[in-house]
Each structure stands twice: as C-alpha cells, then as structure tokens.
Design a protein around this ligand. Structure first.
Ligand code: BDR
Ligand code: CA
Length: 309
C-alpha cells in the first residue's frame, strides 16, 4: 500500500478527501497534519478530531500551523464551508489530549524519516506545515517519496483563481510557503483549479449520498448542504470536490495529463498567490528560475474515470 500523510484544513471537500483515503484499498494513512485555511487552526483541528473519532480513523493527528509564514491569517470565506468549516452541522467540542504532541512540521519530518522513500505527502490546505518542515529540516526532501498538492491555477481555461481574480485559496493563504514547497528538490504534483474544475459533481449526484446506508455518505451529504447552497447562489448546478482530486492523483497518477516545468508563486502585491509555470520561451523576462526543479502541473483529467474512482 502507498503510505500517505494527509495535510488538511477540514473543510467540506477536505472531509470528502479524508473519507476517500480511509476507504481506499491502496492507501495507508500514516498520519494527518492540520493547517489553518477553511477555518482557524483550532477549528479545523477540532473538525479533524471529530472525523477521526466518528469514522474510527486510526492514524494520529498532529496540529499544525495557524498563521502563514508572513504572520498573516486569512481563513476562507464562511460562505463556502460554514462558520465551523463543516457546513455548520453540530460538532461537539473535542479534547486535544489525543493529538500527537509534535507540531505538524516535526511530525512530518519524523514520520518520513521513519519510512525513508515510502511516504507521499498529500497537502490540501495552506502549505505552511510543508514549508516549515523544509525550513527546519532541509534534508526532509531526501526522505519523502513525493508530494501531491491541491492548489493553484495555471490559466489553462483563462482562470487564475477562486479566492482573488489571480489566486487560488490554498496558495493565497500562504504564498511564501507555496513558493518554497514548489522550489524544493522534491517531486511535486500540482492538482489545481485547471483540473478540479473539470470535475463537477451535480447536485443530484450529491443527493445520491443520502440514499446510502453508509454513515460516511450520510455525513458527506449533511455537511455538503451549505456547500451546495453556495454553488447554487453562484448560478451553478454542481459542486467541486477539489481535495479529493489530489487524493485521486496519489491513487492513480495516470488519470491526469501533466506539464513539466519550474513553478513560482507571486508572494506579494495585488497578484499575491498567482502561480506561474516556466513558459517555454518567455521566462527570461522573469528572473530567478535558475536551479528551480521541474514540477508536474496537471492540465487535464479523465473526469469520468476519476469520478468512478
Ligand atoms: C481549496 O481551498 C479550500 O477552501 C478547499 O478545501 C480546497 O483545498 C480549493 O481552492
Ligand atoms: Ca482544503
């Protein structure tokens, strides 16, 4: 089985992705790290503890970063994920006593060293924990098998962001961290809006979850009421399952068409959070591409196969 650490900010699509991991016969979840994003760090950690408790998830949870590396705090709009990050269903207070005592970055560093070359990091929130692991333990890159992230948008359909006109939410929340993660000497697969927005799930498909006796399906239906309303108000007839697409990329990389090349992130100014992959012949106008490794940006997806999965 493929060992993974899931770095997450639940989050409705994060909850979908986590339960997808738990049900996958080919993935072994060796740990979960939380990071601020769809709520403040205490909120998303509480939500992760709740999902672990309710669905008997065995993997330990380590609480990760709140503020971004530059100290900023920019949680996603409560219109999308609700005030409590999980569509405002009733969630009891959860004790943090069962958390792993290590901070998220340290947990990542220790676990990948325990299983050298075996662990895939699947990161679907701000990339602060991964960047901290790189800063505090630069050799971590030698121990990680690969990294799969949900984040960014590369304009393949002229679309650059869901958070601002030029930034996707996970990148916008900590652009410095994202830039460091994409520039490190490890193998990163980037599953951005270019592909996640090619995976619409119709409201009536989501309603099928309600017919299932599986408690995981029931929960996903309940938490997605708020999410569905948000997308309906946006004039759509479907939702997006962003984070689950990154999990699918860890399960079956062949579902995606990719483009290789160095990736940089705009870290300040009004284009904060914009992601750019090195273009073939215009890159000389932007400096500092040197020594940046080539990363793999997903530009297309076999949507029917992914949805079947
Ligand atoms: C990403 O932002 C978060 O709100 C979602 O959980 C997903 O990880 C989509 O842009
Ligand atoms: Ca997320």
């Amino acid at each position: 089985k493929q060992k993974i650490i899931f770095d997450t900010d639940p989050g409705i699509d994060d909850a979908m992705a986590l339960l997808f991991i738990q049900k996958s016969p080919v993935l072994e979840l060796v740990g979960i790290t939380t990071v601020a994003g769809n709520g403040l760090i205490d909120t998303v950690t509480r939500n992760t503890l709740y999902l672990k408790d309710r669905f008997g998830i065995k993997a330990p949870i380590a609480k990760g970063a709140g503020p971004a590396l530059d100290g900023s705090v920019s949680p996603a709009s409560t219109r999308v994920h609700g005030e409590n990050g999980l569509g405002d269903i009733l969630i009891p207070p959860m004790s943090e006593n069962t958390l792993d005592p290590r901070p998220g970055w340290k947990f990542i560093s220790d676990i990948v060293r325990q299983y050298p070359g075996e662990v895939t990091l699947v990161a679907v929130g701000h990339f602060t924990n991964l960047a901290q692991a790189l800063r505090y333990d630069p050799d971590v890159v030698k121990f990680v098998k690969d990294v799969v992230v949900m984040g960014g948008a590369f304009g393949f359909d002229g679309y650059l962001g869901n958070r601002t006109p030029c930034a996707e939410s996970n990148i916008y929340g900590d652009p410095i961290a994202a830039d460091e993660v994409f520039s490190a000497q490890w193998k990163v697969t980037i599953v951005g809006l270019d592909v996640t927005m090619k995976l619409p799930v119709k409201f009536n498909e989501i309603d099928q979850l309600k017919q299932s006796n599986d408690p995981a399906c029931q929960l996903l239906w309940a938490i997605s009421r708020k999410y569905v309303n948000y997308y309906r108000q946006e004039g759509l007839d479907h939702i997006y399952i962003h984070d689950a697409a990154a999990v699918a990329a860890a399960i079956n990389p062949a579902l995606f068409t990719r483009r290789s090349g160095a990736v940089r992130v705009v870290t300040e100014g009004f284009a904060r959070g914009e992601t750019i992959q090195k273009p073939d012949d215009r890159h000389y106008l932007i400096s500092n591409w040197d020594n940046r490794p080539s990363q793999s940006v997903c530009i297309d997806v076999d949507s029917s196969k992914l949805k079947n999965l």
